[in-house]
Write a protein that binds this ligand. Structure first.
Ligand code: F6P
Length: 421
């Protein structure tokens, strides 16, 4: 029987490899005989405004596919949009399913994190109520690595590789600058309430780098005066101190350190506060109390967009996970998310499986306390052993005139090749 169409969307914060999953969805859908793959512009929010594209208009050959895999940020655009509960607003669902039927969609894939899995959960639940034909499958993605059940999430490995590399470079810079001069650098890493990415800075500790002096994860309450005391103690023994802090560290009273600064009042549809300014706040405190030179480095969006330093393991897994969503739906699954199972560490091997999305949506997997040292100011070797395999291998960008080339929806894919002939 002739197959209908696949609809795919990207949602939440982008990553360096989110488009590799999109490429995997497209390729597998074509191989499995689906007619078309439509891409939602700006996730479910754009789709409700009938914003979508036919992916075949943009991916014409293997070169486009390879370029897409190497393009950071969300090719289709993302949103942070919370669907209402079904009983609160049935019209929203009627509208979405009307559009799905109009486009003859059989498979709905949403690439995202825990908030995005909430969308899959609700659409699937609605499909059960109405007997709709569509299958709904979640494709994991987030640099935060905070999705339950899956061993890790696509996007995390590449961000971890960038963070560890940048931490090495920041330490080198600070060391080269310290003749008879004390300096403290504070590096702020994303990850909200999960410290997976912040802990990854510890990978920089190696034969040629002593690594950061302190690492603070959001899993352990943060004491500002305790931090000042530790830095003071370290400065009595050495000139350069580098501390890595999560954007989501909170005091014992439960207040985010970033809330002590101006400018962190914005919240998204899921109620998440926009976190920024933790490092600069702490750098000011240190400077005020200890009087030494300080510098705050907020890696911000660079850590999730650095496709030039993507991990090969991560790009390949993201691609496979994308393909596995279509395969799962094609073989009858719905209301599930594809998960990655770690098969072995040495050599590193993984496989994909599927899991009930109800167990995953809206949950946050944090770093276990046993993977953080007793003082709460560093990660353990077990933590680093878990992350290390995920940053391995390099996925070279396609360089044009000295810069990585990206696939961009608003341009003609072929001009850059033909203009070079
Ligand atoms: O969820 C991924 C993430 O990158 C978080 O680590 C970070 O707190 C958040 O997104 C930032 O989102 P935005 O760019 O919307 O402020």
């Amino acid at each position: 029987m002739k197959k209908g169409n696949v609809l795919v969307g990207q949602s939440g914060g982008p990553t360096a490899v989110i488009n590799s999953s999109l490429a995997g969805v497209f390729k597998t859908a074509m191989e499995r005989g689906y007619n078309k793959v439509y891409g939602m512009r700006y996730g479910i929010q754009g789709f409700m405004d009938e914003q979508y594209i036919d992916m075949s208009d943009h991916i014409k050959n293997e070169l486009d596919l390879e370029l897409l895999k190497r393009t950071p940020s969300a090719f289709l655009g993302t949103c942070r949009y919370k669907l209402p509960e079904i009983h609160e607003n049935k019209e929203v669902y009627e509208r979405i399913f009307e559009l799905l039927d109009k486009l003859d969609i059989e498979v709905f894939v949403y690439i995202g994190g825990n908030d995005s899995m909430d969308t899959i959960r609700k659409l699937f639940d609605y499909s059960l109520l109405t007997g709709a034909k569509q299958k709904f499958v979640g494709c994991p993605k987030t640099i935060d690595n905070d999705l339950a059940i899956t061993d890790h999430t696509p996007g995390f490995g590449s961000a971890a590789k960038y963070i560890a590399t940048s931490t090495k470079e920041i330490i080198r810079d600070a060391m080269g600058f310290s003749y008879k001069k004390k300096n403290v650098t504070i590096v702020e890493i994303m990850g909200r309430n999960a410290g997976w990415l912040t802990g990854a800075a510890g990978l920089s500790r190696s034969e040629d780098c002593e690594g950061p002096d302190l690492i603070y994860l959001p899993e352990v309450p943060f004491n500002i005066q305790g931090f000042v005391g530790k830095v003071k103690e370290l400065l009595e023994k050495k000139d350069v101190v580098v501390a890595v802090v999560s954007e989501g560290i909170k005091t014992e009273e439960g207040k985010y350190v970033c809330e002590y600064t101006a400018g962190s009042n914005t919240r998204d549809a899921f109620g998440h506060i926009q976190m920024t300014g933790t490092a600069s706040y702490l750098a000011n405190v240190i400077q005020g109390e200890l009087g030494c030179k300080t510098r705050a480095v907020e890696l911000s969006t660079l850590q999730r967009a650095a496709s030039h330093l993507a991990s090969k393991i991560d790009v390949d897994e993201a691609y496979n996970v994308g393909g596995a969503t279509v395969k799962a739906a094609d073989e009858g699954s719905s209301g599930v998310m594809v998960v990655i199972d770690r098969v072995s560490d040495d050599p590193y091997q993984s496989a994909t499986g599927v899991y009930d999305v109800h167990r995953i949506a809206n949950d946050e997997k944090v770093v276990p306390r046993k993977w953080i040292n007793k003082n709460g100011d560093y990660v353990t070797e077990e933590f680093l052993d878990y992350v290390r395999p995920l940053i391995q291998g390099h996925y070279s960008p396609m360089m044009v005139e000295g810069l990585p080339r990206h696939l961009n929806l608003s341009m003609h894919n072929y001009d850059w090749i033909s203009s070079k002939k």
